[in-house]
Design a protein around this ligand. Sequence first.
Ligand SMILES: [Zn+2]
Length: 352
Amino acid sequence: MASVQAMLGGDAGPQGSTEAAQVAEVGAKALEVLRKSISVDVHTHGGPQGIYSPAPPNGMLAAGMRAGSLAAVCLSEIPDEPLLGRNAAGVTGITRWPMPGELYSHHLERLAWADEMVAHHGLQRALTAADLASAHAAGQPSVIGGVEGLDFMEGKLERLEEAHQRGIRSAQLVHYTPNDIGDFQMGVVKHDGLTALGAEVIRGCHRLGMIIDVAHATEQTVKAAAKVSTKPLLLSHTALAGSRAMASTRLAARCVSPDHARVIAETGGVIGIWAIFPDLDKYVEGLKEMADIVGVDHVCVGTDQQVAPGALQDYAQWVHLIAAMLRGGFSSEEAGKIAGGNYMRIFRAAVG
Ligand SMILES: [Zn+2]
């Protein structure tokens, strides 16, 4: 703890100065927030050595989480990742159609990669809220299984159940590949929202105990999902459209309007703000922009880590993010909610 406090005071004035004392005090408060609340990055790929990596998993995720006192991450695999690329304008999308079974086998491969990481790098897979609580109490970093897009299902509902058995607890309906579930933000609207299969998928997730993540879905899809869903929704990684703190971004089409955001809040759900801001203070402003619209009980942190430029490329910075929230005007209680308390509320409701 002492070393983290020293680190937090690193760029303050000379030792013993009033400024250094203030920084150390905020740092101590931030650590106290993380001791009291289970903190969660609700959407991450685990950084450059993360789940995208073709190499065997290394220990960097666990090491960073320990260094920054981050309790849990929802590590998202990306079934349609083999199809993705950027067009001439730098916009992400699919570059070809999948072969039958291709995204399912990629999904199984990434699940195995995550299993290996959990087994060999001092991590624990959290399957229930009780798992998260006991791991947090023991100072043990946890991984929540997430899947970014249900394209691996290829219409087969039994694959949802298999994903649950393999530890997936957060299911994002759509990503960049057109599927038979619903429309996504950067694609061609072809379903006018959610399909009948999409509604069945939501009911299936409720039954199994998985959070429904409507990141990437169009506002129309989100509204339809909110009607079908009887549990709070998650929108794991976005920012408020026109965010002044974020400034210009090639991801403008992935941001959400105030109305879009309110749909999530009205289900009792939470909106994760990604870390694509110039620095931590700007990131905190981005959290505030959303909290001003939906209230502080409906905002959380979904870094989408490894997307650059991002204010949080290394989890050792996590405690600094909490300190920035406190410096930026959030109370300790509010910082605890944003850092994980709000997400834990919906996790308990959807997963148990
Ligand atoms: Zn995404």
